[in-house]
Design a protein. Structure first.
Length: 514
């Protein structure tokens, strides 16, 4: 875990210094009057935080929804709507937040402790991927500015949960909560901007204008933020080069055309790992996967370095673990656990009674070029030890989810995992109740390691996170292949664009300046 978890908590993605957590609280707007234009390949899942996607999807929610807790460019948690917070006792179960006084939503109504309680209660009813993290929490308003949070289980990541990283910290007004359908296409927050539907066209461009009721007017750096949806990567690049947009999400396929351009800067940081989740470890659909030796054989039978190069080029490195450099679960000592050794893989299969190999179905996200190249290379290498993959490419995320929950696929590829604290990653992927653990497998040692992690002190949390990851690797629960960088390309006149250390996304777009 992160060393700051007792007082300031742990964080992956959050807002940077000046969004709602800067030290000043002046009443006059910034002298700057500029437009920030962002280019993205797709529109938002929803403007409703309870249905939205974290990571780069926050570009659509950050402007309009202020967070309870923010993050500086150095990765430190700093005040947002809450001016202070902390645990009560030492069991990581009770947590309090104290709000700033005089806060208002964009519609002019008061934002108080009960507003936070009501917003989180609404958030947990949503369909977003991070709503489950709040379902063990009970919030109460003990006075107008104080929120008391009690978790049914030890949770060392409360500060992280109330940052905008997982969107639950984005507080929604009563008007928004009362109109859930309208939240998909309007905003009801307390952020520095409001969504201007009159100037916007869904799936084409999204415009945000200043919020006159935002608590810190000096933190409003633009008179307009516009997010343009440009589906083709080459069109995005041309828009950036011509100055039509200020920034875009990078892609290895076009990076060579960006490098060397004096007017464009590249920001990069290791964010995610990609590989194969071995889901059916109880052997329901693929009996072979119930045997640890088989799962280990699959790990020995992949040349990670070669696959990483083919799938992602220079932006990737091979990995043996389901964690990413810079995050608390990552342990350098685990690299090299499964060196490429096809002969050892064959021996393990023979010992497990699968000397003649076996076949299994695997679904993957064919809309992601890296995942497609990776799983095709994996299939070719596993074929050399007699393991045949029946690949099914999913053309969109909804189709992939449908295949995952159908339990017809004993293994699956999910691109974009690992960029979060080990505690949350366990809840997402490895515990019997985890979203990705569709066969509800109780792997040896996982419960014990998770309990140690959940109750660890700040001084011991890092070691506990690495110990949990070792259990994942030793049990060969997955076949991690590669970790790679996320990148942003932006004009050199755009300042403050950084990936805070240990974070899975860049600083908030509302903290950038020209």
């Amino acid at each position: 875990m992160f060393k700051k978890s007792a007082i300031a908590g742990a964080a992956i993605i959050a807002l940077a210094l000046v969004v709602t957590g800067c030290t000043g609280s002046g009443n006059s707007p910034s002298k700057e009057s500029k437009t920030l234009t962002v280019g993205l390949a797709t529109g938002p899942v929803s403007l409703d935080p309870s249905k939205g996607a974290a990571g780069f999807g926050e570009f659509f929610t950050d402007p309009a929804y202020a967070s309870l807790i923010n993050t500086s460019e150095k990765g430190d948690l700093i005040p947002g709507l809450a001016e202070k917070w902390g645990y009560v006792g030492d069991d990581n179960k009770t947590f309090t937040l104290t709000l700033r006084s005089g806060l208002k939503f964009a519609d002019g109504t008061d934002l108080n402790a009960q507003s936070v309680v009501n917003s989180v209660a609404y958030f947990v009813t949503g369909s977003g991927p991070t709503t489950a993290y709040f379902r063990n929490l009970k919030l109460t308003a003990t006075d107008n500015l104080t929120v008391n949070v009690v978790s049914s289980e030890p949770n060392p990541l409360m500060p992280f949960l109330f940052s905008n990283t997982v969107l639950g910290g984005d507080i929604i007004s009563a008007a928004g909560i009362d109109d859930p359908t309208g939240l998909a296409s309007t905003t009801h927050g307390a952020g520095p901007y409001v969504y201007d539907a009159a100037q916007s066209v869904a799936e084409d461009h999204y415009v945000y204008t200043p919020n006159k009721n935002f608590w810190d007017q000096t933190a409003i750096h633009f008179d307009k933020i516009e997010i343009k949806v440009i589906p083709q990567i080459q069109s995005l690049v041309q828009a950036l080069k011509s100055g039509q947009i200020d920034t875009m999400v990078g892609d290895p396929s076009v990076e060579s055309s960006i490098k060397g351009n004096a007017s464009i800067a590249i920001e990069a940081a290791p964010i995610v790992w990609n590989g194969v989740y071995l889901l059916d470890r109880n052997g329901v659909v693929a009996p072979a996967l119930a045997d640890l030796r088989v799962r280990q054989a699959l790990n020995y039978a992949v040349d990670r370095s070669a696959i990483a190069k083919v799938a992602y080029g220079d932006s990737a490195v091979a990995t043996d673990q389901a964690a990413v450099t810079g995050f608390d679960g990552y342990d350098p000592a685990l690299e090299g656990t499964y060196p490429y050794d096809p002969e050892k893989a064959k021996q393990l299969l023979q010992e497990a009674g699968y000397g003649n190999g076996f076949s299994m179905a695997v679904n993957y996200q064919s809309f992601d070029p890296g995942s497609t190249k990776m799983i095709q290379a994996v299939a070719a290498q596993w074929a050399k030890i007699g393991v045949t993959l029946e690949l099914k490419g999913n053309t969109n995320f909804g189709e992939w989810v449908g295949d995952l929950v159908s339990k017809k696929f004993p293994a699956s590829v999910l691109n974009g995992t690992g960029g979060q604290p080990q505690y949350l990653d366990a809840e997402f992927a490895w515990l019997p109740t985890a979203i990705m653990n569709v066969f509800q497998v109780a792997d040896p040692g996982v419960a014990e390691a998770f309990n140690t992690l959940a109750t660890a002190s700040p001084d011991n949390s890092g070691k506990a996170a690495q110990a949990f990851q070792k259990v994942i690797v030793d049990n060969a629960i997955a076949v991690p292949i590669v970790q790679y960088d996320a990148t942003l390309y932006h004009g050199t006149n755009l300042k403050g664009v950084v990936f805070p250390p240990g974070f899975a996304a860049p600083s908030s777009i509302v903290t950038w300046t020209k």
